[in-house]
Design a protein around this ligand. Structure first.
Ligand SMILES: *Cc1c(COP(=O)(O)O)cnc(C)c1O
Length: 423
């Protein structure tokens, strides 16, 4: 697509945007002038779907009116509440419905998946992850290693960008896999890196590792709801994600996990168990059935009864993704929106910052990471004063994530103009 830096062009793109009506489905935070902020922080906390309030209130009402009976009452009984999330989520991540489950929060799910899939032996004990990774993932992986009596110095391998580069080359990841093939147990990477916005080649990396019998898991915190995924077909072993970023399900919303069918149906796999992972046929026989019999699906990794109030907004949010036509439709707009942002930043031609996100649309999601060479914190302050909500990552990166569901081309245009004025 040929872009233009004229304001009229941005307005034109908005008027032709088939998804433009979805913005009205969200509460847009207002700035000091009572105008909506240019909210480019959906990679941090997605905006609240207007439908979320009613859906949460419905469950509060059910609690008020029905008490414990709400677990089995008509409508959306709490006991099977997660079933309503299954199909729309399977569509988002490219899974079949037995492979996905919502439970806990993201880092907890990463630990639970590692409890199953990281079973180090004397010869195979290493984990490969990326650097920089989100700190919670680094803490989780390092403590997993320590938990098994090993030392991260020996067991942790980091895939890094080359000197003077920001992006981790796929061939370098594959080289590391091959170099450590005999000792490598698990590869854990982000789908989209939180810092640079790099979208990893999930399919190729998975195939490269599995060729050596290595298990491959992905943290999709920045990928789900952002880019199309085909976890089942790509043969990914496991994945985890949170729901409060691009999924717009609210702060601390219940997180998700994917376990590939070939593992999900394997009841022999070790796991950290709780009663909600147990076969529903015997779950309520309680102390009469002390033997844990896992459900033969991703549900078998559930531990506790699900947090209904944290799940309710997710129902509202997932319905929006379906209404919008799913990830393919959203991605078409997203590629254009971010491409337009990149174009306008290049038009400004500033030497004061560098976009460190990959240039190829296939190698990124919606986020652009802007490395400010001078006074990054002041620049961020100026953006905020001008009504932009984005975020800052130490030491000098401003992350902007225009989303297909609630951002506009005109906001991208205004953002680029504000940035140009303040550099
Ligand atoms: C947002 C994010 C987290 C946050 O973890 P929680 O357990 O939800 O607090 C972890 N990892 C990555 C990669 C993230 O982007």
């Amino acid at each position: 697509m040929i872009f233009s830096a004229e304001e009229q062009f941005a307005l034109q793109l908005d008027s032709e945007d088939p998804l433009r009506h979805f913005r009205q489905k969200f509460h847009l935070p207002l700035g000091k002038d009572d105008r909506p902020l240019i909210y480019f922080a959906g990679n941090s906390l997605g905006l609240m779907p207007k439908a979320a309030r009613a859906i949460v209130e419905e469950e509060l009402d059910n609690w008020a009116k029905l008490g414990v009976d709400a677990h089995h009452a008509t409508g959306t009984p709490w006991y099977t509440y997660h079933e309503a999330l299954r199909e729309p989520t399977a569509r988002l991540v490219g899974a079949n419905s037995l492979e996905v489950i919502y439970m806990n929060s993201l880092t907890v799910n990463l630990h639970l998946m590692m409890a199953t899939f990281y079973r180090p032996t004397k010869s195979r004990f290493k984990i490969l992850m990326e650097e920089p990774a989100f700190p919670s993932d680094t803490y989780a992986i390092k403590t997993q290693i320590v938990h098994h009596g090993l030392d991260p110095k020996d067991a942790l391998i980091l895939a890094r960008p080359r000197k003077n580069e920001f992006i981790i080359r796929t061939e370098d990841i594959v080289d590391l896999i091959q170099k450590h093939a005999d000792q490598l147990a698990v590869v854990v990477l982000a789908g989209v890196n939180f810092f640079t916005g790099q979208l990893f080649d999930v399919e190729r990396i998975t195939a490269a590792a599995q060729a050596y019998g290595v298990v491959v898991g992905f943290d999709l915190a920045h990928a789900i709801g952002n880019v199309p995924l085909s976890l089942h077909d790509w043969n990914v072993d496991f994945a985890v994600w949170c729901s409060y970023k691009y999924l717009n399900a609210g702060p601390g919303a219940v997180a998700g996990a994917f376990v590939h069918q070939r593992h999900a149906t394997n009841r022999k796999l070790p796991r950290l168990a709780g009663w909600f992972g147990n076969d529903p046929n015997t779950r309520f026989r309680l102390h009469l059935e002390p033997e844990f019999v896992p459900v033969s699906s991703a549900d078998g990794w559930q531990i506790s009864n699900p947090p209904i109030f944290a799940m309710a907004p997710l129902r509202a949010s997932l319905a929006i993704f379906d209404d919008a036509g799913g990830m393919e439709a959203l991605r078409t707009k997203s590629v254009r929106l971010t491409g337009y942002l990149e174009f306008l930043l290049a038009e400004n031609g500033s030497k004061k910052f560098t976009v460190i996100t990959p240039r190829e649309p296939d190698a990124r999601g919606c986020q652009l990471s802007i490395l400010a060479h001078e006074h990054p914190k002041e620049l961020l302050k100026e953006l905020e004063t001008a009504g932009v909500k984005c975020d800052f990552r130490e030491p000098n990166v401003i992350r902007v994530a225009p989303t297909s569901l609630y951002n506009t081309f005109h906001e991208v245009w205004r953002f680029a103009r504000i940035l140009a004025q303040h550099q």
